[in-house]
Each structure stands twice: as structure tokens, then as C-alpha cells.
Ligand binder design. Structure first.
Ligand code: FES
Length: 170
């Protein structure tokens, strides 16, 4: 899946970097960086990244001026928050409006058929699948994040080829 990644020569509409950080910041600004908005902010973060890593939780704690232990406590208490992808590879499919209209559902179908349902990891531990609401590059719809790298205008054929490459059985 090299043609439309964020590296290399990009078309005019392509983002030059990952916008998710900015979008998370905007969400916290909307809540005036209030600690009482922690759950909403965690939801937004998980929607953007697909799961909540420890560095991400630490950033949220710092920005909302909350003890990291409190943020970690909340993130681990609620079962709908996922702390780490468990698979060797992670595919986060954007299911925001632009991506959905452009065929994100078909991409999720491929992943769910060959690997695991969104929010789960394949039985062989190879691939974790997640969905996110909008990852900030709607001009590249449908987009996904493969192992932390944004890939745009993804087709089912491309995704199938990528899964073949990482060793997922057809
Ligand atoms: S809707 Fe997918 S990047 Fe915005």
C-alpha cells in the first residue's frame, strides 16, 4: 500500500502529517481542559487512535491536570476503553462520514472476514482490528491506519494484498 501513504509525493489534498493530535487538542479545548470531561476526552482519543496507549493517557493527564493514576484508573475501569492493540499488526479503519461514504464498510468487512471483528485480535495474534471516527484526512477517504501509518484511498484489493504481505491467510 505505497501509492497514497503520507510519505512520498502526495496529491494536493493529502495531509502532510497526522492530524489526530490537533483534533484531540481541539476536543480538550472544547471542554476547557476540564478534568470532569475525562471520559469524553478518552472517548475522543479512542475514536481517533483506535486504542489508548500509555503515552497518550499521560498526555491527556497532563493536559487535563489530572494525576496519571486517575486517568489510567478510569481507562482500565471501563471495558469499552482498549489500552493496547494485542496483535503483531494493527489496522484502524476510519468510519467517519467521508470514509464511510467512500467504502470504509467494505474495508472493515475484509478485515473482519480475514482477521477479526473491530475491537478484537485475530486468533493467531497477528492482526488487531479497530475502527475510529475521523482521523483527520477526509480528503484521502477511505483511509486507515496501518501500524501507526496513515494510508489513504484504500481499495479492497490493496487491503487484501497488504494482509497477504503480513502473512494473513486468504
Ligand atoms: S472521515 Fe475518515 S478521515 Fe475524516
Amino acid at each position: 500500500m505505497n501509492a497514497t501513504t503520507t510519505t512520498g509525493p502526495a496529491p494536493a489534498a493529502a495531509p502532510t502529517r497526522d492530524n489526530r493530535e490537533k483534533m484531540l487538542e481541539r476536543a480538550m479545548t472544547r471542554h476547557n481542559y476540564s478534568g470532569s470531561a475525562l471520559i469524553e476526552v478518552l472517548h475522543t482519543a479512542q475514536g481517533l487512535y483506535g486504542f489508548l496507549t500509555l503515552p497518550l493517557l499521560h498526555t491527556i493527564a497532563r493536559k487535563l491536570k489530572l494525576p496519571p493514576s486517575r486517568v489510567l484508573g478510569v481507562a482500565t475501569f471501563y471495558h469499552f476503553f482498549q489500552l493496547e492493540p494485542k496483535g503483531e499488526h494493527t489496522f484502524v479503519v476510519c468510519t467517519g462520514t467521508a470514509c464511510y461514504v467512500a467504502g470504509a464498510r467494505k474495508l472493515l468487512d475484509v478485515l473482519e472476514h480475514r482477521c477479526a471483528k473491530a475491537g478484537c485480535t485475530s486468533a493467531d495474534g497477528k492482526v488487531s482490528v479497530a475502527s475510529a471516527r475521523c482521523i483527520g484526512c477526509c480528503g484521502l477517504a477511505p483511509a486507515l491506519i496501518e501500524d501507526g501509518r496513515i494510508v489513504g484511498r484504500v481499495t479492497e484489493a490493496q487491503l487484501n494484498r497488504e494482509l497477504d504481505q503480513v502473512g494473513v491467510k486468504p
